[in-house]
Design a protein. Structure first.
Length: 139
């Protein structure tokens, strides 16, 4: 399966995880150009060109969002949103050093982050985090 198709499938799957509230957004990253332009036929000439950077940062994950976690009663009983970053790769897809750095940084700061290659990976990433802070595991 191509990475684009896998990404769409896993993005939808994350939204439908039973017992979970996972909200994710596609995070496009890259650089384009902006400025005043003149178009003649199919040719565009850009004047006063300056770079326009899109996305969070180089290496930021494909999907960005949050996972809602209900805190246990002895922890006030509130629901909080945990920053979630998911990098989607095929079975043979390689993770760049920038992507690894971003994932490590999110985890270090208390968020949920990882590389997923299947629906099971999606479920495990969310459930393992939830279990680590609440002691509960959703099947």
């Amino acid at each position: 399966m191509k990475e684009g198709n896998l990404s769409k499938e896993l993005w939808l799957h994350l939204q439908e995880l039973p017992g979970q509230e996972v909200t994710m957004f596609r995070n496009n990253t890259g650089m384009g150009w902006q400025g005043s332009y003149r178009k003649v036929g199919s040719t565009v000439t850009l004047h006063s060109a300056r770079p326009l950077y899109a996305g969070l940062c180089k290496g930021s994950s494909y999907l960005i969002g949050w996972t809602s976690i209900k805190i246990t009663p002895d922890m006030v009983g509130e629901t909080v949103a945990i920053f979630t970053a998911i990098e989607i790769k095929t079975a043979t897809g390689k993770v760049s050093q920038e992507q690894n750095n971003f994932i490590d940084n999110v985890i270090e700061k208390g968020g949920i982050a990882g590389v997923v290659r299947s629906k099971k990976d999606c479920e495990d990433l969310i459930n393992d985090f939830k279990e680590s802070i609440t002691g509960e595991y959703d099947e």
